[in-house]
Design a protein around this ligand. Structure first.
Ligand code: PBG
Ligand code: ZN
Length: 325
């Protein structure tokens, strides 16, 4: 800096100036709230590792959707916990599956709320993997057919957008083709394009009851050490017709988010995952951090790194804090 008169603090001295020069804005419109819809009735069970987040039967899901919509949050992301599981995840693409019933109920009672569905098999398979097992590993191409079927059944039930999270190669193309063949050319795909094999999903697996019963997900999710591969994954999904691409988890992968922002011009989503949520909740419960401050700082970091959409379990709190409610 050659300017001898430079003083960064001149525009930092009061909130009015700080507001005028602030580079990043966070808005309730950026948020997506994930929810866990469970088979049954009268069920509302808190996930022990995720305070404030519940497994709920449909009537309670709808009740919370009213609240979410009332807070100005534009969309929910749905996960299903079916009545029963099998080797091929049949409930995932059944017309009367848990998610299909949930979508219809929400669209009937809270029509203004956008419903995005997670498209994957792990919540529906008895072995807990994201696809069908052949010779001890998830078979890519056999899984594609089931994912296409699942996405189509979600859309038929009224889903506004589908979000495949399985990490099979070619699934965006398979889903796009299936939707188009059935006349759903206008339904967008938000692809979990860059999804790492992460320890941060731990609490989610309790919430979704989707822990793999053998092995792990490293043969299909990404190695946390890889950065260039993220660009290849994103490019492949864009090529196949993804409308929005996602990075997951969030905070440990802000560099990847920025890489994608610099490389591609599609809308970018970030998934602030369960383990990230649980860590903040635990520290806040202990009085070790100021929850509101840390959560808003985290959300701002996502926006600063390049995210347009933030999928977060903090969404309702963030919406309240942003509006001073
Ligand atoms: C399922 C899925 C997972 C998450 C979203 N979709 C778990 C996994 O891949 O094991 C994680 C979400 C979170 O941790 O909040 N494919
Ligand atoms: Zn899965």
């Amino acid at each position: 800096m050659s300017n001898p008169h430079f003083r960064a603090r001149r525009i930092r001295g009061n909130e009015t100036f700080r507001r005028m020069v602030r580079e990043t804005a966070l808005s309730t419109s950026d948020l997506v709230y994930p929810m866990f819809s469970a088979f049954g009735s009268g069920l509302r069970k808190e996930v022990s590792s995720m305070p404030g987040i519940h497994q709920q039967s449909i009537e309670h899901i709808v009740e919370e959707c009213h609240e979410v919509y009332g807070l100005g949050i534009p969309a929910v992301l749905l996960f299903g916990i079916p009545e029963s599981k099998d080797a091929v995840g049949s409930d995932a693409y059944s017309e009367s599956g848990i998610i299909q019933d949930t979508i219809r109920a929400i669209k009937r009672q809270v029509p203004g709320l956008a419903v995005i569905t997670d498209v994957c098999l792990c919540e529906y398979t008895d072995h807990g993997h994201c696809g069908v097992i052949v010779d001890g590993d998830v078979d890519n191409d056999a899984t594609l057919e089931l994912l296409a079927r699942e996405a189509l059944s979600h859309v038929k039930a009224g889903a506004d957008m589908v979000a495949p999270s399985d990490m099979m190669d070619g699934r965006v193309a398979a889903i796009r083709e299936r939707l188009d063949q059935n006349g759903y050319t206008t339904i967008p795909i938000m692809s979990y394009a860059v999804k790492y094999a992460s320890g941060y999903y731990g609490p989610f697996r309790e919430a979704a009851e989707s822990t793999p019963q053998f092995g792990d997900r490293r043969s299909y999710q990404m190695d946390p050490a890889n950065r260039l591969e993220a660009l290849r994954e994103a490019a492949a999904d864009i090529d196949e017709g993804a409308d929005i691409i996602m990075v997951k988890p969030g905070l440990p992968y802000l560099d990847i988010l920025r890489d994608l922002r610099n490389e591609f011009n599609l809308p970018l989503a970030v998934y602030n995952v369960s383990g990230e949520y649980s860590m903040i909740k635990a520290a806040a419960a202990n009085g070790w951090i100021d929850e509101e401050r840390v959560v808003l700082e985290t959300m701002t970091a996502f926006k600063r790194a390049g995210a347009d959409i933030i999928i977060t379990y903090h969404a309702k709190d963030v919406a309240r804090w942003l509006t001073g409610g």
